[in-house]
Write a protein that binds this ligand. Structure first.
Ligand code: 4AD
Length: 465
C-alpha cells in the first residue's frame, strides 16, 4: 500500500520521498502553469507546489486545484523537497512537489467565518493595522456559533490536546497511587452541593436533579470499601451569572480517599498528581504550548516543589499586611483571590498554591470541622494565577453530625437519607477534592475565558451547538 504521512510529521528526514497526505485546503493561489496549495491537518500546514510537468501535471490540473474551495478535504501525493528557506505562513520545514491531487469532500464556497481571521493574534492585528490591512475580528459568540470551524485553528487544536493530556496524566498519577476509577450516577434525587445552582428535572414522575458533583456517591464508594477512588465525568451547575470562569456543564476530575491520621494525606496526593500534570504538560506538549503561545501569549506556569501551603489565616494576614480590608471569617471574593494570588507570587515566586483550614461556616455541610477549633475546617482550595481550580476537604463521617450540619445549612435531609445512612454501617475517616478540568487548562495557559477550553461550552445563554 501507499504510505500516508501526517502533515505535522513532515520534516527533512522525508526529503526526496514521495508521500501522501490528507488535509484541508488552507489557502490556494496561482494560475497558468504554477499553483500553490497550502494543506492543513490538525493545525499544521505545508505548502504544496503544483507545476506543469509532462505526463504528471497539466495546466488543467492547476486550474482544478486553484478552483478548490477553502476548507475542502484533499488527498495530495507529492515529492518532499527542502526549500532554501522555510515557507512563510506554514508550520512545516519542507514543501511538497505535487504529482496527484484528489478532492475527498468539498466545503461550501461561502463559509460563515474565516479561519485565518480566527487564528490571528493581537500582535498580528497590530502589525496588520500598521500595514493598513483591514483584518476582521471574530467575536467570541460568532466563534462559538460556528465552533466546528473555529476549533480548526492551531491554538484550539492545541488546547484540546492539552486538555486530553491533563485528564490522561490525572488518571495515570492516581492509578499509580492505587486509586480505582469509578463512575457515579448523574441523575440523583437531591442537590449534592446545596440548593441554588441545581438543574431540576422529572425522573419518571419523581423529582430529580442533575449531579452538581460526584460528591455523595464518591463518599459512598469509600463506605463500600474501595479505599481510594476517582472519577472523570460531567458536572452540572445551573449557574445564573455569566462570568469568564463558570460553565453550566463542565468536566470534573474528582478523587476521594481514606485518611489514616490527617487531612494533609489528601494534600500530599493532590500535590503529587498536580506536579505530575504540570511536569507532564511541559514535557509532552511543547508543540501545543507553542501553538497556543503564538495566538495567546502567556508566561509559563511557575510552581514550587514542594507546593506552597498557606492557611486561610495566613492568607488573610498577607492581604492585611498589604493594606487590604478583609473579614477573617468570610469567604474571599474573586477580586480578593486575585489580589492574594499576586501577593503570593511576589513573595513566594509561585503561580500555584494551596490555601487550607478555611472557616467552617463558608464550606459545604459535609466538611469536617477542625478538632482543635470548630470555627475552622479541614478544608482547602487550590489556586493557579489567583483563581480557584480545586476545592476539597476531609468529610464528616459521623451520621449524626452530618444530619445536624445538613439541617443547619437548610438542606432537606430526606433527599440525603441514603447518603447519610451509608455512614451508619461503619465508615472510615476520608477526604478528597474536586478539580475543574476546563479551569486547569484555562489557567495553565493563562487564557482569559473558560469557553476557550470547553469543546462546546454550556453557559446560561448557550445550549447550542
Ligand atoms: O468548588 P466546587 O463546587 O467543589 C465541589 O464540587 C466539591 N464536591 C469538591 C470536593 O471534592 N469537595 O467545585 C470543584 C471545582 C472548582 O474548584 C472549580 O475548578 C470547578 O470545580 N468548578 C467549575 N468549573 C466551571 N464552571 C463552573 N460553574 C464551576 N463550578 C466549579
Amino acid at each position: 500500500g501507499r504510505v500516508w504521512t501526517q502533515v505535522g510529521d513532515l520534516g527533512q528526514d522525508h526529503a526526496q520521498q514521495t508521500v501522501l497526505v490528507r488535509g484541508r485546503v488552507h489557502t490556494v493561489r496561482g494560475k497558468g502553469s504554477l499553483g500553490f496549495l497550502v494543506v492543513r491537518e490538525a493545525g499544521h500546514t505545508v505548502q504544496c507546489v503544483v507545476q506543469v510537468k509532462d505526463n504528471v501535471v497539466s495546466k488543467g490540473m492547476i486550474k482544478y486545484v486553484t478552483k478548490l474551495n477553502k476548507e475542502s478535504i484533499v488527498d495530495v501525493e507529492g515529492l518532499v523537497v527542502v526549500p532554501p528557506k522555510p515557507v512563510e505562513g506554514t508550520s512545516q520545514p519542507v514543501e511538497l512537489h505535487v504529482t496527484k491531487v484528489f478532492c475527498v469532500s468539498t466545503a461550501a464556497v461561502q463559509l460563515p467565518i474565516n479561519l485565518e481571521d480566527c487564528a490571528r493574534s493581537e500582535v498580528d492585528f497590530q502589525k496588520g493595522e500598521e500595514e493598513g490591512k483591514k483584518f476582521v475580528r471574530v467575536g467570541q459568540d460568532t466563534r462559538l456559533n460556528n465552533r466546528v470551524i473555529d476549533l480548526r485553528t492551531p491554538a484550539n487544536q492545541a488546547i484540546f490536546r492539552i486538555q486530553c493530556q491533563v485528564s490522561a496524566l490525572f488518571r495515570q498519577a492516581l492509578l499509580d497511587e492505587d486509586f480505582v476509577e469509578l463512575h457515579t450516577p448523574k441523575l440523583i434525587a437531591g442537590a449534592s452541593e446545596g440548593g441554588s445552582s441545581v438543574f431540576k428535572l422529572e425522573y419518571k414522575g419523581q423529582p430529580a436533579c442533575l449531579a452538581q458533583s460526584p460528591q455523595l456517591h464518591k463518599q459512598m464508594a469509600i463506605c463500600a470499601d474501595f479505599g481510594r477512588v476517582f472519577e472523570i465525568g460531567p458536572v452540572f451547575r445551573a449557574e445564573d451569572s455569566f462570568t469568564h470562569r463558570h460553565l453550566c456543564e463542565f468536566t470534573g476530575l474528582d478523587f476521594e480517599m481514606e485518611i489514616k491520621e490527617h487531612y494533609f494525606e489528601v494534600l500530599d496526593v493532590l500535590e503529587k498528581v498536580f506536579l505530575t500534570i504540570f511536569d507532564g504538560l511541559n514535557e509532552k506538549c511543547a508543540k501545543q504550548l507553542k501553538a497556543i503561545n503564538e495566538q495567546y501569549p502567556f508566561e509559563p506556569l511557575q510552581y514550587l516543589r514542594p507546593t506552597l501551603r498557606l492557611t486561610f489565616a495566613e492568607g488573610v494576614a498577607i492581604l492585611k499586611e498589604a493594606g487590604h480590608e478583609v473579614d477573617p471569617m468570610a469567604d474571599f471574593n474573586t477580586e480578593t483571590e486575585k489580589t492574594l494570588g499576586k501577593l503570593v507570587k511576589e513573595k513566594y515566586k509561585t503561580d500555584f498554591y494551596i490555601l487550607h483550614r478555611y472557616p467552617a461556616a463558608i464550606r459545604p455541610f459535609y466538611t469536617m470541622p477542625c478538632w482543635d477549633d470548630k470555627r475552622y475546617s479541614n478544608s482547602f482550595d487550590v489556586f493557579i494565577r489567583g483563581e480557584e481550580i480545586i476545592s476539597g476537604a476531609q468529610r464528616v463521617h459521623d451520621p449524626e453530625l452530618l444530619t445536624k450540619r445538613a439541617t443547619e445549612c437548610g438542606i432537606d435531609v430526606k433527599t440525603l437519607s441514603t447518603y447519610i445512612d451509608s455512614f451508619r454501617y461503619g465508615a472510615p475517616p476520608h477526604g478528597g477534592a474536586g478539580v475543574g478540568l476546563e479551569r486547569v487548562v484555562m489557567l495553565f495557559c493563562a487564557l482569559n475565558n473558560i469557553r476557550k477550553t470547553s469543546l462546546f461550552p454550556r453557559d446560561p445563554q448557550r445550549l447550542a451547538p
